[in-house]
Design a protein around this ligand. Structure first.
Ligand code: 9WO
Length: 268
């Protein structure tokens, strides 16, 4: 998998390239990163990539031409490297709050691809004519504004690379576990580690019992409770995806009953 970044701040990407799970996968050659600076595609002495907005207003706008030339250079480089299947050039993706919201299902789909050309905007925005001509899709991470697309691109890359085959070891992944909350779209159960008693608070006994079936059942119960409480929308989604067992449904019915009691409050 190959990611090409079009960015005024290529150094930022050292974080996802060199650190942690994504860094290890990069070192092992499971993915590559190539940063392209629009300044290198300018032709004036000041290497100008921005200009004042037509119609007035605050800030500056990224000019279309350096971005377009960068995309063309990336496409040529990807062709030369045979980075994409012959019939399918990598998409040009813009990180923007106006895009489709990224989620785990999209990360999984991307993980089966050859990568992408990620365009990271700065300043107040990008000349719309570049977007209309070159950008295949816009991706958002949520309803907030950043100072640039770079952090968004790194989040996207991290979420995808960790799903590549062989990136997570067995200990990290548990992909084989069909009740893995990450795979069934539920929130994960809480985690505990040594010491058994910390600050006068014991870890749950069940986790120290060595009884793996009971531990799994306990974790599934915690996961269902937490998800029902904080993100009931994810319960509905998991149900529609067929990821809830009859046992899960029974647990949820009990959780709803207890919740209804709570809402009624103490007997008056
Ligand atoms: C900003 C914007 C705001 C409202 C509607 C559409 C928009 N597009 C952009 C845009 O492309 N901005 C560029 C990238 C330039 C300014 C900084 N940029 C940016 C990307 N800010 N915030 C994001 C972003 C990306 C992904 N998820 C959330 C925010």
């Amino acid at each position: 998998m190959r990611f090409d970044l079009i960015t005024l701040f290529p150094e930022m990407f050292a974080a996802v390239r060199d650190q942690g799970v994504s860094g290890r996968a990069h070192q092992r050659g499971l993915w590559s990163l190539h940063a392209w600076n629009p300044r290198d595609f300018t032709h004036d002495v000041h290497r100008t990539v921005d200009d004042r907005p037509f119609g007035g207003g605050p800030g500056m706008v990224m000019m279309a031409e350096p971005l377009a030339q960068a995309v063309q250079a990336v496409r040529a480089a990807r062709r030369q490297a045979k980075a994409d299947p012959a019939d399918q050039a990598a998409p040009v993706v813009l990180l923007s709050p106006a895009g489709q919201v990224h989620d785990q299902a999209r990360a999984r789909r991307w993980a089966g691809s050859a990568g992408a050309i990620l365009v990271c905007g700065r300043y107040e925005g990008i000349d719309q004519r570049f977007i209309d001509r070159y950008v295949d899709q816009e991706v958002s991470l949520g309803d907030f504004v950043l100072s640039g697309g770079e952090l968004g691109a790194m989040v996207l890359i991290d979420s995808i690379v960790r799903l590549l085959p062989g990136v997570l070891h067995d200990a990290e992944s548990a992909e084989q576990d069909s009740f893995n909350p990450a795979l069934t779209g539920l929130l994960d159960s809480p985690h505990y580690t040594r010491p058994e008693v910390w600050d006068e608070t014991a870890a749950p006994d069940i986790l120290l019992s060595g009884h793996h079936a009971r531990i799994s059942a306990w974790r599934r119960q915690r996961s269902l409770e937490l998800t029902a409480d904080r993100r009931p929308d994810l319960i509905d989604r998991a149900r529609r995806a067929g990821d809830l067992s009859p046992r899960d449904e029974a647990a949820l019915a009990a959780i709803r009953a207890a919740g209804a009691d709570d809402e009624a409050g103490p007997v008056r």
